[in-house]
Design a protein around this ligand. Structure first.
Ligand SMILES: Cc1ncc(COP(=O)(O)O)c(C=O)c1O
Length: 366
């Protein structure tokens, strides 16, 4: 069977070491061996960015996909009588607003077009107009389009107006800079199975311990209450059953991650892969989906326009037959956009094969 290489934005193609880690011995999550592993994994997550620990952030490990981490962060950190300012430009920013709606919490939406950057001017107007805002919420890498949002600028606004920032870094943690010192962050949500190259099943939130210790949880959920998990995790336990095998995989993935040189080195690898994809796509005359894609796209995932001479399904199915899974556009861009992510265990030979396949498929018919 052809080896499938996943170019969707997670789950990712696993390394042999991460795959093999799944077959370690059965383990109860209430045994000291699990407690030791959870402590180790939490410590490694806290060490991915060198200033996180110094700034007092602790990692809380949860069972669930990336959405669970974001929902736990939004639910626990925004007080029940708080006021969120959601600065969105895609599916995942809008999902944070949907969470606040479900939690019955007040929020203001600064919503930009999916093809535009976050609206910093409108965010500043909203912050200046309403001092009751307690938290600003945004997405670092909006996977809807592959745009890397200007969180440094949003963080500077948060600092200026003294508001805490809650960041969805689900598709960027481990491959993009996150400034725990400068961005006025209170929490960052992410997952095992994207830039860290683990398997789906565990996710995590890095939270400022000062917030956990300093005020009650805002959670309206029992399961996704970070404060409840924080009481148990420093001792190695968890209030609920953890996804033991996913934690095995995350531990192996984090060991590989640091042996390979950490986030900067992962970012450099993705940049080299993205450059190859961009070159073949450009040579075929295919455009970025974002008008400013050349400068605004991440190296983690890029979105392109489906050429007029073909259909998304044709591209997908032909690439799948050659062992590559690409990703469709969402919402209004279904059928019009195709996305290529370069996370996971992709070799030089994989990238070479992909470039050949794309060149053949994207070329205009004579
Ligand atoms: C930025 C961002 N946030 C949240 C999510 C949701 O993660 P999951 O699908 O793992 O629940 C994703 C998934 O792609 C994402 O890219």
């Amino acid at each position: 069977m052809t080896r499938l290489r996943l170019l969707n934005p997670g789950p990712v193609t696993l390394t042999a070491r991460v795959r093999e880690s799944l077959t370690q011995p059965d383990l109860c999550h209430r045994e000291p061996e699990f407690a030791a592993m959870q402590r180790d994994v939490r410590g490694k997550l806290e060490a991915v960015y060198s200033d996180a620990k110094a700034q007092g952030f602790v990692a809380i490990l949860l069972t669930g996909s990336g959405t669970a981490a974001v929902e736990a962060m939004v639910g626990s950190c925004v007080p029940r009588d708080g006021h969120g300012l959601v600065v969105a430009n895609g599916v995942y920013g809008e999902r944070m607003a949907a969470m606040l709606t479900a939690q019955g919490k007040r929020f203001t939406m600064v919503n930009a077009d999916w093809l535009a950057g976050i609206d910093l001017a409108a965010a500043e107007r909203a912050l200046a107009a309403d001092p009751s805002v307690t938290h600003v919420l945004s997405v670092q890498h909006e996977t809807t389009t592959g745009r890397l949002n200007d969180i440094a600028a949003l963080g500077a606004l948060c600092k200026k107006y003294n508001k805490k920032l809650l960041l969805d870094a689900v598709s960027s943690f481990g491959a993009e800079a996150i400034d725990f010192t400068g961005w006025n962050l209170e929490a960052v949500a992410a997952t095992a199975n994207k830039c860290l190259h683990g398997v789906p099943g565990v996710c995590f939130v890095l939270v400022a311990e000062a917030a956990l210790a300093g005020r009650p949880s805002g959670a309206t959920s029992v399961y996704l209450d970070l404060w409840r998990h924080w009481k148990e995790q420093p001792n190695g336990w968890s209030p609920f059953t953890q996804s033991v095998q996913s934690v095995y995989a995350l531990q192996a993935a984090l060991d590989e991650f640091s042996a390979e040189g950490g986030w900067q080195s992962r970012a450099a690898r993705y940049a080299a892969r993205a450059k190859r994809v961009r070159e073949v796509v450009r040579a075929a005359g295919v455009s970025y989906f974002l008008a400013d894609g050349e400068t605004a796209s991440s190296n983690i995932l890029m979105s392109f326009a489906v050429p007029a001479h073909t259909r998304y399904e044709t591209l997908h199915d032909r690439l799948k037959a050659q062992g590559f899974i690409i990703y469709a556009g969402q919402g209004p861009y279904a059928g019009k956009m195709f996305r290529i992510a370069v996370m996971g265990d992709l070799t030089d030979a994989d990238m070479g094969e992909l470039c050949e396949a794309l060149t053949a498929l994207l070329a205009r018919p004579d």
